[in-house]
Design a protein around this ligand. Structure first.
Ligand SMILES: Cc1ncc(COP(=O)(O)O)c(C=O)c1O
Length: 428
């Protein structure tokens, strides 16, 4: 006789109906991030005591660590990832009226720097398999004013780079990989962060290489590198003996994007443990994903094509209300009652924000009155992206969780979904 899978036929009563909560283990340590060790503390103390708190060998050493790890010609440390994206837009030569194709489902820093160079963000749909830019829609949105694409490897899932790079090559567009979420991911054997004309990683404290703010820009292109330096790192121009940009050493281009050496010290120390940290998150998120897939929840465990290794900056899963009839908000409430720390989607879609729908963007870009055709952004644009985003539920990434806690989370979902019909509806 076979035992029925406990998953769907769990008799346990959901906590929201008065049953015992499924998740009872303490979660603070299991979910704590960043994980700071004595080694991290020593690294920061060493630099603090050196007195080199502005310009320091430590920052150069961090750049070197990244160069080695990623096998790229140039790495420039920045005060944060946002600054590095600004620098990339400058280096790409974005200017008034140029169009840059971007996703709407991302953090604002992927897009807002475009405006400060007079660029026009053109939002393209997000595809459903790896929640990256949809190559077919990108192709449709190209005009003779398109200059660049910002590809975001959202939550640590590599976007469809083969297609996107092919489009960029055919249309002579620059590609920025916004890899803020994707430290350690690979695509067809290549490291994410080495595929575009430039790439940016963030070391903001939630990221996979966490620090006290920080970012790096990677590029193999000497011209991009020099422009990045002239934009935000004036003090590095004078030593560049052969560069025509050396003449700007006394002024730079008006930005100051230097990384704090204390941040560099912590980032270096954390980078050493990146693979180990990623491995733990991956094991835990995959374990839970396998249980959730059995309940009809899509978990993006293996974004196509086959030889893609994702990482888990965030652990988002997609829930189709049709499978149970239980609205996503009610599912989340019931899971919360079980003690599971789940949340609604993290990023408000950018094309629906007042910045774009009220036309404020054009003021920041200083594009009014220039006779350039300006787009109108409508919240009803990008219906596929909007529907996909509304189906997402965010889970913890379990950076240090015991297997028992994952069982408890799985059990919480199993109970709630098994009893979906009986659960209270907020808008009934
Ligand atoms: C997708 C994405 N791009 C860029 C950034 C900017 O990085 P930072 O916070 O280091 O400025 C973030 C930051 O959270 C992000 O999530």
């Amino acid at each position: 006789m076979t035992t029925p899978a406990p998953a769907v036929f769990s008799p346990a009563k959901p906590a929201i109906l008065g049953g015992d909560p499924a998740v009872t283990l303490p979660q603070d340590d299991a979910l704590r991030w960043p994980i700071i060790t004595a080694e991290d503390e020593q690294a920061v103390l060493r630099v603090l005591r050196s007195g080199q708190l502005s310009i320091s060998d430590e920052t150069a050493a961090l750049e070197n660590d990244y160069r080695q790890r990623f096998g790229v010609r140039h790495v420039v440390a920045h005060n944060n990832g946002t600054g590095a994206i600004h620098a990339a837009m400058h280096a790409f030569g974005i200017r008034a009226g140029d169009e840059v194709i971007v996703p709407s489902a991302t953090w604002w820093a992927s897009v807002m720097p475009v405006l400060h160079h007079g660029g026009i963000p053109v939002f393209a749909e997000t595809e459903a398999e790896s929640i990256g830019l949809d190559p077919a829609d990108v192709e449709k949105k190209i005009t003779d004013r398109t200059r660049a694409i910002v590809v975001v490897h959202l939550f640590g899932m590599p976007s469809k780079m083969d297609h996107l790079l092919d489009i960029a090559r055919r249309h002579n567009l620059k590609v920025l990989e916004d890899a803020a979420h994707a430290h350690g991911a690979t695509y067809r054997g290549k490291k994410i962060g080495t595929l575009g004309d430039a790439a940016v990683f963030s070391m903001q404290a939630n990221k996979l290489v966490p620090s006290a703010e920080g970012g790096v820009l990677l590029t193999d292109d000497d011209d991009i590198y020099e422009k990045v330096i002239r934009y935000g790192h004036y003090e590095r121009l004078l030593p560049m003996k052969d560069s025509p940009n050396r003449m700007f050493a006394a002024t730079g281009f008006g930005m100051k994007f230097r990384m704090s050496p204390l941040s560099a010290a912590l980032a270096r120390s954390q980078l050493k443990r990146l693979d180990e940290h990623n491995r733990r998150r991956n094991v835990n998120c995959r374990f839970l994903s396998e249980r959730l897939e059995k309940l009809g929840i899509r978990t993006f465990m293996a974004p196509p094509p086959d030889d893609v290794e994702r990482v888990y900056f965030e652990f988002l899963v997609s829930y189709d209300e049709q499978t149970t009839g239980l609205p996503i908000g009610d599912l989340a409430r019931a899971l919360h009652a079980e003690g599971a720390l789940v949340a609604a989607p993290r990023y408000p879609l950018l094309h629906q924000q007042p910045m774009f729908t009220h036309g404020v963007w054009a003021k920041i870009a200083r594009l009014e009155g220039l006779g350039i055709d300006l787009p109108r952004y409508d919240p009803a644009d990008l219906p596929r992206t909007t529907a996909g985003n509304a189906s997402l539920i965010k889970l913890p990434t379990f950076p240090n969780a015991p297997t028992e806690l994952l069982h408890q989370y799985a059990h919480a979902f199993e109970k709630v979904i098994a009893h979906a019909r009986d659960l209270p509806r907020e808008n009934a």
